[in-house]
Design a binder for this molecule. Structure first.
Ligand code: 0A1
Ligand code: ZN
Length: 884
């Protein structure tokens, strides 16, 4: 908590540590009201920094610890022989190699911040990334200090039959008084942030995997007994991830055992601790009765993400936290490619791009904008951002695009070989890719150092006489905090030129034949490409697959977009054209609405939607993506000054108008899909795609207000064989004016699923996000619900997060009630869980996007938060930067 102004940490100040820790031996004694942590550290001087004749003091990190004993080289130190303050323990070694033994007392039961060692329900667990280990014992808690860990856990056998830590189990035994112990040894040196411990009464799903070299790995998923039946999908995803990493990256698993533990109280999605991944239960548990298809896909992606970290993160880790994207950007790229290979590649790309544009672009345009490799931070927990993760993954994707599949693999092989067992930087990653390919990424590295989303404007000219087609590119990146001016970046543009029938014209650029599709690199602020031998004026298909995270603009007419939506041979760009058309239509409607004129429906959009709904050949998931209108959040991001009311009103108007115009086609397709899906449940991609389209159609059809459709919806709710269909029907009812059906469905759902916390999260969330007036009162009432608690991050995200991030019309109510409500929750949460409190500030931090009245109201709430004392560094950083 804040006593003085929190300190800013700078990348430029990085220094290697004064000492290394070769060995770390830990013994945990777990009790009901406290824990004792005994550590024995083998330290040695970093002789690259210091001569043995002038030993610097040893400064260990530590917070909220009660230090009970300090023993240096078998000599217990008396008070005064060391110094302790709120963040550190300092002592003076007298030899270059020495042993330090410490005992600290901590209170996991009172650890509501869920960082360090804490209790989730009846189980003990840890979360050490980024700087949680220092809340367990004094240590060099920085990722470049890598040590071999041996851990012994001692606890009451009855309450905690399962005792886990990293590595392989090496010994176990009984103590007096019903206590038992297990020792674990991790042969791989690791930083403290990868340490983990679990103690609880857990049940086990076990399986095995044979690696490419023929070793058998023991796979274990530990969950609370009632969840035993919901682990199959996670186990299956794990085995597929292990195989994929062997096939695509040549990476084999290294320990003999790999464990996943599901916990209910967790700040993030999951954590890649060596050999002992700890997961938010929402990212492990999946059964068709209780989890939606989206949840299934999230489990698959998160299991893969954490597993892939074993190489991209653990075997090769980060030198310092400024390099976080080294492991996160790369690993997100790896997991998204895995998901693309397991499901539909185009649909996965559409989902990722949609998410990036609505969320990361907004971050890049807001007060917390920072480069993929930040230069400074106050609280590192605030930098687990969409920029570090998602934009970081886009940066790796561009490297993949520029090098091609084979060149990229050569580069990653060299990276893993060269840096195995090391803590390295983003520059080291790039250097390996360069060296393996003879490439030069000097300019490309600006993607790591410059914040903000570049705009790429494109114009074209066709000269029939010379048969030349010119594309003029100009790029500009807007100023971001601390970076008023930007240099041009390398922008790979995957593209084709289409003739009037939608066929690709062979590309010839400066005398070189490039085939039908090419990746061109735009490197200058202004650049012109001249394509030769172009028989007729073509239509360009640009930035295919979203080959760079930029805002592209080309003066397409609506007719051009209709043409591309129907004829572009590239699936992603067909969707992109339809999206672009919908954006253009909506932006036009917003203007008409603001001018007080009546809205009208552009028939071209209706035609595009009609043609895909009727297209039985097209992947149903693609149809669902194409008919989904751009989100309110994305429309707000695109606007200079966002008129929330107009955006909400016109988007709803357009949805209803489309539903009415396409009523027959939509209901015909809905009924076919409903009949086809009523049989046995399948989790295969095509079955999921069919459900996705069916439910998207249902949500449109409900807008017609027809009794018959309400009947279909209620029937789907009652007869659903899976949570995807049941939940979709509930969402449609909750967002409808049919009060009686809505309340009945909500009540029945709550009664049936009261015992399932993750299902109830959905129930809270659906209501928090419903856009009818009075939402805030409903949210306040739901906070009193016996199953709601501010202590569980999933519940906070489900209710408070969904209201502030998804219910934009109510959150931005003009009386400021939504803002005041959120500020109250942030202030309240800051006392128990600063990381979660800080994440909730995001919607308020975006105040510059709105008109003066809302700006003032939002700033007032930010100022009110700022005036709190104490205030965590987490919330302080985001709020102070938002107001700066
Ligand atoms: N490294 C994990 C994410 C993670 C980060 C921080 C945490 O606590 C503050 C927890 C998890 C991942 O990328 O999955
Ligand atoms: Zn990660």
């Amino acid at each position: 908590m804040r006593t003085e102004q929190p300190k800013t940490i700078y990348l430029k100040d990085y220094k290697a540590p004064d000492y290394w820790i070769d060995e770390t031996q830990l013994t945990f004694e777990l009790f009901e009201d406290h824990a004792l942590v005994h550590s024995r550290l083998a330290l040695c001087l970093n002789t690259e920094r210091h001569a043995e004749t002038a030993l610097p003091p040893l400064v260990l990190d530590g917070q909220q610890l009660e230090l009970q004993k300090v023993v240096l080289d078998e000599q217990e130190l008396v008070e005064g022989a060391y110094q302790v303050d709120s963040d550190s323990l300092t002592l003076q070694p007298s030899r270059a190699q020495f042993e330090l033994a410490l005992t600290t007392r901590i209170e996991p039961q009172n650890n509501t911040a869920l960082e360090g060692l804490y209790k989730s329900g009846s189980m003990f667990c840890t979360q050490c990334e980024a700087e949680g280990f220092r809340k367990i014992t004094y240590y060099l808690d920085r990722p470049d200090v890598m040590s071999r860990f041996t851990t012994t856990v001692i606890a009451e056998r009855e309450r905690y039959p399962v005792l886990l830590s990293n590595g392989n189990p090496i010994a176990s035994g009984e103590h007096e008084g019903g206590r038992h112990w297990v020792s674990w040894e991790d042969p791989f040196p690791k930083p403290a942030y990868l340490f983990a411990l679990v103690a609880g009464d857990l049940c086990l799903l076990q399986d095995s995997f044979t690696t490419m070299s023929g070793r058998t790995i023991d796979l274990r998923i530990y969950v609370e007994p009632e969840n035993r039946t919901q682990c199959d999908h996670a186990m299956d995803s794990l085995k597929r991830s292990m195989r994929w990493d062997e096939e695509v990256y040549g990476r084999e698993y290294d320990l003999d055992i790999f464990m996943i533990v599901a916990v209910n109280d967790f700040n993030m999605g999951a954590m890649e601790n060596k050999g002992l991944n700890i997961f938010n239960s929402s990212c492990v548990l999946a059964h068709q009765d209780t989890a939606t298809d989206m949840a299934f896909q999230r489990v698959e992606a998160v299991v893969a993400h954490e597993y892939f970290h074993n190489w991209s993160g653990n075997r090769v880790t980060c030198r310092d936290w400024f390099q976080l994207s080294l492991k996160e950007g790369f690993t997100v790229f790896r997991d998204s490619e895995f998901s693309a290979d397991m499901n539909s590649r185009t649909v996965k790309r559409i989902e990722d791009v949609t998410f990036l544009r609505a969320n990361q672009f907004a971050e890049d345009a807001g007060p917390m904008a920072h480069p993929v490799r930040p230069d400074s931070f106050i609280e590192i927990s605030n930098f687990y951002t969409l920029t570090v993760y998602e934009k970081g993954a886009e940066v790796v994707r561009m490297l993949h695009t520029l090098l091609g599949e084979e060149g990229f693999r050569k580069g990653t092989d060299l990276y893993f070989e060269r840096h195995d067992g090391q803590a390295v930087t983003c520059d080291d990653f790039i250097k390996a890719l360069e060296d393996a390919n003879g490439a030069d990424f000097i300019q490309f590295k600006r993607w790591y150092s410059q914040a903000g989303t570049p705009r790429l404007n494109v114009r074209s000219e066709y000269d029939a006489a010379s048969r030349e087609y010119r594309l003029h590119f100009s790029q500009v990146c807007p100023p971001t905090p601390g970076q008023p001016e930007k240099q041009p970046q390398v922008i790979p543009v995957r593209m084709a030129l289409l003739d009037r029938d939608g066929n690709e014209i062979p590309l010839q650029l400066e005398g070189k034949a490039l085939g039908n599709e090419a990746v061109v690199s735009i490197t200058e602020a202004e650049q012109t490409l001249v394509f030769e031998n172009v028989p007729n004026c073509p239509l360009p298909s640009l930035l295919r697959g979203f080959s760079a995270p930029v805002k592209l603009s080309y003066p397409y007419s609506r007719d051009d977009r209709v043409f591309l939506a129907k004829h572009d041979p590239d699936g992603f760009n067909r969707w992109e054209a339809a999206q672009g058309l919908a954006v253009d239509v909506l932006q036009g409607l917003v203007e008409i609405h603001r001018a007080g004129r009546p809205l009208n429906l552009d028939q071209r959009l209706v035609e595009v939607m009609r043609s895909v709904i009727a297209d039985a050949e097209l992947d149903a998931a693609m149809v669902a993506e194409i008919i989904r209108l751009p989100s309110e959040a994305y429309l707000i991001e695109l606007a200079e000054v966002a008129d929330v009311d107009a955006i909400h009103y016109t988007r709803e108007w357009l949805r209803r108008a489309l539903a009415e115009a396409l009523r027959d086609e939509m209901s015909a397709r809905y009924q076919i899909l409903a009949a086809a899906g009523s049989g046995a449940f399948s989790a295969k991609a095509d079955a999921m795609a069919a459900r996705s389209l069916k439910n998207s159609l249902l949500s449109y059809l409900m807008l017609t207000g027809e009794q018959q459709v309400v009947g279909w919806c209620v029937r789907q709710f009652v007869e659903a064989t899976n949570m995807t269909d049941r939940q979709a029907a509930l969402v449609a009812l909750v967002n409808s004016p049919f009060e009686q059906q809505r309340e009945a469905a909500l009540a029945e759902f709550a009664e049936r699923w009261a015992e399932y916390p993750l299902v109830m999260d959905q129930w809270f969330s659906i209501q928090a996000a419903a856009s009818q007036p009075g939402a805030l009162d409903r949210v306040r009432k739901l906070m009193e619900h016996p199953l709601f608690t501010m202590r569980n991050p999933n519940k906070v995200r489900a209710l408070i997060g969904a209201f502030a991030n998804q219910n934009l019309i109510n959150f931005h109510a003009l009386d400021g009630s939504g803002y005041a409500f959120l500020a109250d929750r942030i202030i309240e949460l800051d006392r128990s869980n600063p990381q979660i409190a800080s994440r909730l500030v995001t919607p308020l931090s975006r105040w510059r996007k709105f008109e003066p009245k809302r700006q003032e109201l939002m700033k007032t709430e930010l100022a009110r938060i700022m005036a709190q004392s104490p205030l965590s560094p987490d919330v302080y950083e985001v709020v102070s930067k938002s107001l700066a």
